[in-house]
Design a protein. Sequence first.
Length: 183
Amino acid sequence: MGEVTGHSARPAVLTDRLRGIAREVAKFGAVGAAGVLVNIGVFNLVRHLTDLQVVRASVIATVVAIVFNYVGFRYFTYRDRDKGGRTRELGLFLLFSAIGLVIENGLLYMATYGFDWDSPLQSNVFKFLGIGVATLFRFWSYRSWVFKALPSHGAVRQAESFLVTAESEAAGEVPGAPVGRAG
């Protein structure tokens, strides 16, 4: 009674996994949204206060946002992930962030120097679009390579139930049959 069989456990495991991914996306989105505000804010501040070219101002803003996002991802979004190998984690984070920086600012570069779209509004629109495209890449790379997942409780439970079933079958017991009853 109360025991979950292999077939009925699958939907529960799938539901738990989907909820986990939804929570991860929400946390990633919260940190990312704050990072976008930092990125756009620094970008406009640098453009307003200096004579730097658009893409250079954008690169500075992106670097500031990368630092902000690392702290948010490590201590909020992925705080339950493997904390071993911080040097490797930081190295991979910086590598994938640099690729994201190229994606983000490459789009802005093309708009600014390829199409002469360099008004403040156009620059902000293409900066924002570049952030969006780079975010998709960053989400995939961070969750796949940087912040490695620890085994989930559901996977451990499923493995344990498999072992119990295998042990029962090896002992000659019928799976699902009441224990301790003579037939």
